[in-house]
Design a protein around this ligand. Structure first.
Ligand code: NAD
Length: 347
């Protein structure tokens, strides 16, 4: 398979490394607006650097991986689909709702092949939790808790372009909540604080987040997040039902220390970042994309599914700004097109 990759920054370089070592990838071409970056990574991996974006698109390819900043995703997805390529795009699909809805429509109309990068769907713990819900091991789900906490914030220049903590970071929690439960979220009540550097407030963003999510059947979920979690990289999800409670992310490397005098668990070296915590998921995600390119499987996450997570992120952001509970329907109704609800995630 011939694969192009755009954006060799934090996540793009990781995807490039995975693709370069995959036996089915016969050609890998890297592009970046900073061509020297593409050259450096290509040299290191022993693959080809095209430099500018146009040169990547001018290369005969089977698939393209988009790992550029969020604001560029929609245009590049469009270019990939227009070129008839299978497209992998990092989350989120776009920084704003109107553009996400537009691109979801265009991809659907063109029968475009796109996989959006929600790697938690490939995590062994999340997969086991989903199975526990489906098999009845959890029983009737009564409540859920979602947590995503980064030990340190991303680079300062990333924040103003990120779309804010709900669209950039918690979009993973929103997607996985839908994927785990197969249910719609109908209401969000969110709050936030700026406890760290003032650059968050200057970007109208927050570094500490909480929210209450209400699912269609009345199940409640709480959400917490931080860009400054001193203990380490903490991603956990708790599913509590009438039969049992399952926790994703409660392993020996969970960045927690029990206050109980005799407790010895967890005691491992705390997860430091998402690379460590989700390393196996990123590999499985790229392998799934290559299966998708080869026509061996369908998209692991369509643009329409990614749009569902963004509706919730939008509701959370509006709720936090306006200090009121926001119905997701309010966001859906205010978006330019309705009725894009997809069956895959809600089935
Ligand atoms: N799934 C995950 O866990 C995860 C983790 C980190 C980042 N992300 C997503 O990946 C995307 C990139 O994030 P990052 O942290 O790697 O950013 P980054 O700033 O480290 O890297 C972005 C790279 O893209 C290049 N670039 C900028 N505009 C470009 C363009 N138009 N065409 C080609 N290259 C361009 C930059 O020069 C840079 O090398 C973001 O959308 C982010 O939300 C996802």
């Amino acid at each position: 398979m011939r694969i192009g990759l755009l954006g060799v920054g934090r996540i793009g370089a990781t995807h490039a490394r995975l693709l370069a070592s995959h036996p089915e990838v016969t050609e890998l071409v890297l592009g970046d607006v900073m061509p020297e970056r593409a050259r450096d990574v290509a040299e290191h991996l022993g693959v080809r650097a095209a430099g500018p974006i146009d040169e990547v698109f001018a290369t005969p390819l089977d698939g393209i991986v988009i790992a550029t900043p969020t604001a560029t995703h929609a245009d590049l997805i469009q270019r990939g689909v227009d070129a008839g390529l299978a497209v992998f795009c990092e989350k989120p699909v776009a920084a704003d709702l109107a553009r996400t809805v537009e691109i979801a429509q265009r991809v659907a109309a063109a029968d475009g092949r796109v996989q959006v990068g929600f790697q938690r769907r490939f995590d062994a713990g999340y997969r086991a939790a989903r199975e526990a819900l489906r098999s009845g091991a959890v029983g009737t789900l009564h409540r859920m808790h979602l947590l995503t906490a980064d030990p340190t914030p991303p680079p300062a220049e990333y924040i103003p372009l990120s779309g804010g903590i709900f669209r950039d970071c918690h979009i993973h929690d929103f997607d996985i909540a839908l994927w785990l439960t197969g249910q719609e979220v109908v209401e969000v009540y969110a709050a936030g604080a700026n406890r760290g550097a003032s650059l968050f407030a200057e970007a109208s963003d927050i570094d500490t987040s909480v929210a209450i999510l209400t699912f269609a059947d009345g199940t409640l979920a709480t959400l917490q997040g931080s860009r400054y979690n001193g203990g380490g990289y903490d991603v956990r999800t708790e599913l509590a039902g009438t039969e049992s409670t399952f926790v994703v992310g409660l392993d020996d490397r969970a960045p927690l220390r029990s206050a109980e005098p005799d407790a010895i668990y967890p005691s491992g070296e705390p997860w430091a970042d998402f690379w460590q915590r989700f390393s196996a998921s990123y590999t499985a995600e790229m392998n799934a994309f290559l299966d998708f390119v080869a026509g061996r499987r369908s998209s692991a996450c369509t643009v329409s599914e990614a749009l569902e997570a963004l509706y919730i992120a939008e509701a959370a952001d509006r709720s936090r700004r306006e200090r009121r509970p926001v119905r997701v329907e309010e966001i859906r109704a205010s978006s330019p097109v309705k009725g894009l609800k997809h069956s895959a995630v809600l089935a």
